[in-house]
Ligand binder design. Structure first.
Ligand code: NI
Length: 174
C-alpha cells in the first residue's frame, strides 16, 4: 500500500458491508503490513479508542491493534490471532465500537483469555489478559469474523440503540 493510500484510510462505519466479512490470514509480514499497523494505531488514538481491527479501515485481513491498558501511549499489534482459555467465568459490561458511534451494548464475555498470534515480523506470540484487555481482544477478534456488538444486543439494548442505528443506516444509504 502506498503512503497516500494509507493516509486516505479512515474508520468505516456500520452498516458498511466490509464490517461483515470474514478476514483473510496475513501471509506477508512486510514493510507494508507494518505501515498499515502504524496507520491503524494513529486512527485508533485519534478516535480515543482502545482497539481497532483491520476491517474497520476496510482492510479484510486478520490483524488488530490495541492500546495497553494503563499505558495509553503504547499499543500492541496482533496478526492472525486466535483466542483460547475462554471457559472461565464470564462477566457483562458495556462496550462501544469505533465503527458504531453512539451505540453501547452490554456484552457478556469471559473475564480471562489467552491470545496466540504473530507479531509484525511473523514471530509467534502468546499473552494472557483479564478484564478490560481480555474484553478488548475478544471484541477485536469478533471483528475479524464479521461479528459486531449489535449482534449481541439484549431486547433492552435494541430499544435503547434503535435511533442511533437507524441514523447510521440512513447516513450510509444517503
Ligand atoms: Ni469495534
Amino acid at each position: 500500500m502506498t503512503s497516500p493510500e494509507l493516509e486516505s484510510l479512515t474508520i468505516i462505519k456500520y452498516p458498511d458491508p466490509r464490517l461483515r466479512k470474514i478476514c483473510e490470514p496475513v501471509v506477508e509480514f512486510d514493510a507494508s503490513l507494518r505501515a498499515l499497523a502504524d496507520r491503524m494505531i494513529v486512527l485508533m488514538n485519534q478516535a480515543e479508542g482502545i482497539g481497532l481491527a483491520a476491517p474497520q479501515v476496510g482492510i479484510l485481513k486478520q490483524m488488530f491493534v490495541c492500546a495497553i491498558i494503563g499505558k495509553p501511549k503504547d499499543s500492541m499489534v496482533f496478526v492472525n490471532p486466535t483466542l483460547a482459555d475462554l471457559d472461565g467465568e464470564a462477566e457483562a459490561a458495556e462496550e462501544g465500537c469505533l465503527s458504531i458511534p453512539e451505540v453501547t451494548v452490554t456484552v457478556k464475555r469471559p473475564v480471562k483469555c489467552r491470545i496466540d498470534a504473530h507479531d509484525l515480523d511473523g514471530n509467534p506470540v502468546a499473552f494472557e489478559a483479564t478484564e478490560l484487555m481480555a474484553r478488548c481482544w475478544q471484541h477485536e477478534c469478533d471483528h475479524l469474523n464479521g461479528r459486531l456488538i449489535i449482534d449481541r444486543m439484549s431486547p433492552a439494548d435494541r430499544v435503547a440503540n434503535r435511533r442511533a442505528l437507524k441514523r447510521l443506516e440512513s447516513r450510509f444509504g444517503g
